[in-house]
Design a binder for this molecule. Sequence first.
Ligand SMILES: [Zn+2]
Length: 419
Amino acid sequence: MNRPADSAAVRRTNLSRVLRYIEAHGPCARTEIAAATGLVHASVTALIADLIGRGLVEEAGATVSGGRGRPRRLLRIVPGRVWTVVVQVNRWDIRLRVADLAGSAVHIERAPHRAPAGEPEPVAEAIAQVVARAVAQADGAHLGRVVIAVPGPVIGGLVAAAIPFGWGATDLAALVAEHLPDLPCPVELVNDANMAALAEYHALAVAGTSHPDTVAYIRADVGVGGGLLIGGRIHSGSHGMAGEIGHVPVSLDGPPCKCGSRGCLVTYLGLQALTAAAGLGAFTPGQDAAAVRAELDHRLRSGDPRALAALHDAGHALGAAMLAVASAADAGEAILGGYLADWAPWLTPGIDTRLTGRRTAMSAVGFAVSVGILGADATLHGAVHVGRDRILDDPTAVPTGDSGAPATADCAPPVSIGH
Ligand SMILES: [Zn+2]
């Protein structure tokens, strides 16, 4: 005999299957959903009635197939019924994106913050202010989740360490929630590089890339980080740091690194190392990283010999780190993000030189290098993906209609407050 808990779980799973199908293939008819999910027609009808009651699905006209039989009523999702609020926090600013159930942005904001290093509380307050402004516009949409992407490993729901801020283990989600006592949904922390890895992986797949089982995502903005994907899912490792490639040693006697080791990848590929090698003078924390990147970019595009040599040498170091991850994790692909994607044309010769030996000796074992296509938005896209998944996995998290009229997509026009 099934226990109630089991039948509730089965129902949740079946609601998820139906909602995911309609989200991916709608408008579609009940017969099509039944055929695709393997559920009997009566169950599909009951599950759809439930989803309609929660405001997640609506009727979308009718179609007659082949000119015979009764018209089949079509169904589609109601994108504006659920909002996911995602936040990316960096050392100097907060970026926010609100997405509907279809993943489309309905609200975008970028706000500088002046929170000093060392204490998480001022950052939490700044995040809460940005979230509160977005939530105030929800107007009937159910708030599914607030997802906060942080520049540090996340273990057990805590920021284990956020080096740019000088924090140790921090329950940032709880600190933010304290400022938002009326928030009707959970706050979830995620690692920013992992979110970018997830987003680029899916975006490249949609664009036609066929990924191997294990993929390393490597990105640089000021420092160097990344993530490891296995079977399309983030593999976080023992301490939430799998794929954090910046401190892979690529030289036995290389420059000393902040981590206490020598010759780490970041000492060749980090912005500080690149600008010094390119003759821009040492980049120091507190300098405007975007302006420094723009200057180096300009020199690369105008053919400055020192800038080109700096990127060529950095490509060698990156290639060595790729060999490490190819060997240790059996990764079959590396995806480049951040300025590594922007500057791939100048890094690639060095990377190829380093990979040539392996490609020749192990020709049956492929290793591809892909360039990310989402730019600076990759982390936010990945966080939206995670937030939407929470609803698509468990539609019962959305209350039935008595909590207020479901918003339609038309009720939530895109709102942008600066970029
Ligand atoms: Zn290091």
